[in-house]
Design a protein around this ligand. Structure first.
Ligand SMILES: [Zn+2]
Length: 129
């Protein structure tokens, strides 16, 4: 995990970065012909090939993310209450970035405890002394 975001969002980010990089290289390669003439054609060729590979890579990542998201677990985030998706046993909420886990061993707070905390906070707020 490089970024503090959910896995699905991270896949999307990498896909986007690869697409941008690929397109950038292709544009730079093509621009090379204009600026350097004959010598630029080699650079253009290399740029186009690498750009194409990056674009294909991003396509693969998007495809993979799509496959993964179909097997992702949908659940309501206990922290912000929004519907989010989880990949694997531990992932972050797509909205509030809270770390969620399905593994009871790794959980520091169970859903029941969290609910009780919320209830206690609510009742404390509604009955001020
Ligand atoms: Zn959340």
């Amino acid at each position: 995990m490089l970024f503090k975001s959910s896995k699905i969002n991270e896949f999307r980010l990498w896909g986007l970065l690869l697409t941008m990089g690929g397109m950038g290289l292709m544009i730079l390669g093509t621009a090379g012909i204009v600026f350097w003439g004959q010598a630029g054609k080699v650079a253009a060729g290399i740029g186009l090939v690498i750009g194409l590979i990056l674009m294909l890579g991003s396509l693969a990542i998007y495809f993979w993310a799509g496959m993964l998201s179909t097997s992702a677990v949908q659940l309501d985030c206990p922290e912000c209450g929004k519907l989010t998706k989880m990949l694997g046993k531990t992932d972050r909420c797509m909205f509030c970035k809270t770390i969620l886990t399905l593994d009871r061993e790794q959980a520091t707070v169970t859903a029941d405890e969290l609910e009780q905390n919320h209830l206690q906070q609510n009742s404390a707020a509604s009955t001020p002394k």
